[in-house]
Design a protein around this ligand. Structure first.
Ligand SMILES: *Cc1c(COP(=O)(O)O)cnc(C)c1O
Length: 494
């Protein structure tokens, strides 16, 4: 029943939504995708007056179609009650002519909280539904924000262990402190001598290691993922697209049926793909606007149809987008190829062997109809933070600033005056140094001092979870080489 998901690379590998959530990734290395999404439709009229959690129930029940409705309701309740500092969960704020959807009011001040607050509940529900016993080991590679959000979400959740790998030196001081001070009896954190792509590749390798998987299975253990390759990460992100739209309707900024643009600071292509899903479920979306930083693989791809990761990796002031292999793009390729698993498999094999592929003209056309892309470098990002603060008194973080500037560029290039929403993915205090320096120039203070100064100067409050961070005890200090990741995992899985 309800085998609604299949591997992007092979239609003979299919799954229920609950097993897809449990497995994280398909056994052939493909990503689970909903096959018949175009048959699903959410009636926007019916969302009128609904709260965030009610809209979440509607979206999740549709996409996770073998979960009983009351289970979904329970998961939503456990995830969002009293965990977010705004009762709206993702409040919508008007800034200039555009709107900003603030996705960062969760326990770790990044948008990843929206999905990672609910994923552990979905996972344990899926576990029970499938009559499994034993332990799920969550493997996660992080460019900084997923790690902490996942640790916080899975902390002390029964039947789970969580292992997080992050690039040593590739995350901000605050991000590192957040992870290194993580409490909980089932949480493990390890820095990798390498960049995010190395961490992600390492994790994928462990996932697809059949020997290891068999060994674990014998001991009633299985791997799963908290990265956005897991459909359980992606689906909860669809919700705020609908919610933001309904907020626009409520404030008479749009009428039901009017189209809206969404501008998204993009790294692994998870957030913006959730927007694509929302559109497929019936949300009136005009353009999905993809902002990249100096690591502008997606910008090149959306404009030319050529994906090429053979280029210099840049460490930027928007580190959560420092990615050259955007995993979720594979899901988009599946849909724009007309669900041709062989095409996807072929492209992914090329990516694996040469680091490069080119899609057909037809696919290229579909992609450029749906998406607009631009890349914003350091100077422009800093200027945007400064200009928006000076003009509107609104403080953007470095990632959100990339999307904001991308939207401005899009508007200038196209004269499109469709109502637009920028998705704000982090509190400015998660990246205090860069935000501070954008406004006031260089400083030698450490990031915690800067946080304080930034708050004093701008009058914008520091989120509670970041305030207490500097006095917390460091509990995780491990560092390992890329090729030692598997040993590290084996040790913990024992
Ligand atoms: C993860 C992250 C992004 C990128 O989101 P993707 O879903 O990977 O595209 C952007 N901004 C922040 C602050 C993030 O943590």
């Amino acid at each position: 029943m309800f085998q609604s998901y299949e591997s992007t690379r092979n239609s003979n590998i299919f799954s229920t939504s609950s097993m897809a959530v449990l497995q994280g990734i398909a056994e052939d290395g493909g990503l689970y995708v909903m096959r018949n999404i175009e048959d699903k439709n959410i009636d926007i009229e019916e969302l009128k007056g609904k709260s965030y959690t009610e809209i979440a129930e509607t979206v999740l029940s549709m996409m996770l179609d073998d979960f009983p409705k009351d289970k979904i309701k329970e998961c939503v309740k456990n995830a969002y009650t009293d965990k977010f500092s705004s009762s709206d969960i993702t409040p919508l704020v008007k800034v200039g002519d555009s709107y900003v959807a603030e996705l960062f009011h969760g326990p770790t001040s990044a948008f990843k909280d929206v999905a990672l607050s609910i994923l552990p509940h979905l996972l344990t529900a899926a576990y029970d539904m499938n009559d499994l016993e034993g332990e799920v080991i969550i493997l996660t590679a992080t460019s900084g924000d997923t790690g902490k959000a996942a640790l916080e979400g899975f902390k002390d959740v029964r039947g789970t262990k969580i292992i997080v790998f992050y690039p040593d030196g590739g995350v901000s001081q605050v991000q590192k402190a957040q992870m290194a001070t993580q409490e909980g009896t089932n949480t493990f954190v390890c820095a990798i001598e390498g960049n995010f792509d190395d961490a992600q590749t390492g994790v994928k390798k462990i996932f697809t290691n059949e020997n290891l998987r068999d060994e674990l299975e014998k001991r009633n253990k299985m791997f799963s993922s908290a990265n956005s390759i897991n459909i359980g990460r992606l689906v909860p992100q669809i919700v705020y697209y609908f919610y933001s739209y309904m907020k626009l309707v409520e404030s008479n900024a749009v009428k039901i049926g009017d189209k809206v643009n969404f501008a998204v600071p993009t790294g692994n292509f998870g957030n913006i793909l959730a927007g694509y899903y929302a559109k497929n479920l019936g949300l009136p979306v005009n353009k999905l606007i993809c902002g990249s930083n100096e690591n502008n693989v997606l910008y090149d791809f959306i404009r030319t149809g050529i994906y090429d990761k053979n280029r210099e990796f840049h460490k930027t002031i928007s580190p959560s987008m420092d990615i050259l292999v955007s995993s979720n793009l594979e899901r988009l390729l599946y849909y724009v190829s007309g669900k041709d698993n062989n095409v996807v498999k072929n492209l992914m094999e090329q990516l694996n062997s040469t680091g490069k592929y080119e899609v057909s003209d037809k696919m290229k056309k579909v992609i450029s109809d749906e998406f607009y892309a631009h890349c914003v470098f350091k100077d422009d990002t800093e200027e945007t933070i400064k200009a928006v603060f000076e003009k509107y008194g609104y403080l953007l973080d470095t990632h959100t600033a990339v999307a904001y500037k991308t939207l401005e560029t899009y508007k200038n290039e196209t004269n499109d005056d469709t109502v637009s929403v920028v998705l704000s993915t982090a509190s400015p205090y998660k990246f205090s140094r860069s935000v501070y320096e954008s406004l006031y120039g260089n400083t030698d203070s450490d990031e915690f001092q800067i946080m304080q100064e930034l708050s004093e100067k701008t009058g914008v409050k520091i989120p509670e979870n970041l305030k207490g961070l500097k006095d917390k005890k460091v509990l995780h200090k491990e560092v390992c080489k890329k090729d030692e990741m598997e040993d590290y995992v084996r040790k913990i899985a024992k």
